[in-house]
Design a protein around this ligand. Structure first.
Ligand SMILES: C[S@@+](CC[C@H](N)C(=O)[O-])C[C@H]1O[C@@H](n2cnc3c(N)ncnc32)[C@H](O)[C@@H]1O
Length: 279
């Protein structure tokens, strides 16, 4: 607990990000990831494997941009730093452990950004989302963009912001945030590796499904290259007799997935979870 407080109080983050809850969330992620270390290991390893696979066929390795780098738990940082001339880590918050890890490499830079582009909408009542992703990823030297377990998280704090205040949320905000991130990735010239959890499933002790939540807010994704279950909250973590599993989809080349989807023709695409079944 003391460690969490120290991390919270000493996190170097813009005041706006603190107000919006990103520091609190990052510390909470830090604690949960340490508590659930064993349960999360397969998911973290699968994410790192997808990133390595995405790197494999690249002819040039100048700059790699990691969106949602956060704690760096699912990022093969040493491999990226050895393979690319420049590594750009982007997240609303990098706590001290991640800053120390990044600081070991001279070619690794950290960038603090609201990647959902909703800060001005929440704090100043603006109506449009700001595209923070394109300027970070569109440089001529960017050869790989990695969106690392970020996408499902982007709507959470903006939606909480309205919920906690009892304010009506702007229509379709969750869907707009998810779509905006995917659109920005789609416009990137570099190869894009996208890893995201798409569905939350609540299970009881008999392994019966008791609830299900679409983390993509209705946005359908093309069939993934890989999918797996992330044992997000084993029994005892958020409830004694319920556990939470997240279905994760990984795209080692997002542009290829979009091309495949387009070649199937309209109406054939559908949301896909594990084993390719729609939800
Ligand atoms: C599930 S974590 C994954 C983090 C990271 N890949 C890791 O291994 O620890 C999601 C990350 O998304 C970041 N995040 C959520 N919303 C964000 C936003 N609007 N802008 C920037 N980062 C955001 C959080 O700070 C967190 O680090």
């Amino acid at each position: 607990m003391l460690r969490e407080w120290v991390l919270y109080l000493t996190a170097p983050a813009p005041l706006a990000f603190r107000r919006l809850g990103y520091v609190r969330e990052s510390v909470s992620l830090y604690s949960r990831s340490r508590r659930c270390h064993t349960a999360w290991r397969p998911h973290l390893e699968a994410t790192r494997a997808a990133i390595r696979e995405a790197m494999a066929g690249l002819s040039r390795r100048r700059t790699v941009v990691v969106l949602g780098s956060g704690l760096l738990d699912d990022i093969p940082l040493a491999t990226l730093a050895e393979s690319f001339a420049q590594v750009r880590l982007v997240d609303a918050v990098h706590l001290w452990p991640a800053r120390r890890a990044a600081g070991r490499y001279r070619n690794v830079e950290r960038v603090a950004r609201d990647l959902g582009g909703s800060a001005a909408l929440l704090l100043r009542g603006e109506t449009d989302l700001h595209d923070a992703v394109t300027p970070l990823c569109s440089g001529p030297d960017v050869d790989l963009v990695i969106s690392a377990n970020l996408l499902s998280q982007v709507p959470i704090l903006p939606l909480d912001w309205y919920d906690e205040r009892g304010w009506p949320e702007p229509p379709d905000l969750g869907r707009r945030l998810v779509s905006a991130h995917l659109d920005a990735l789609g416009q990137t010239k570099a190869r894009v590796c996208l890893v995201t959890d798409t569905v939350e499933i609540e299970l009881d002790r008999e392994d019966r499904e008791t609830d299900r939540l679409d983390l993509m807010h209705g946005v359908a994704l093309p069939p993934p290259d890989r999918c797996w279950d992330w044992d997000l909250a084993p029994f005892g973590e958020s409830s004694a007799d319920r556990r939470l599993v997240h279905r994760v989809q990984a795209y080692t080349d997002w542009h290829r997935a979009l091309r495949r989807q387009a070649s199937q023709g309209p109406g054939k695409e559908k949301a896909v979870s594990r084993d390719g079944d729609g939800f």
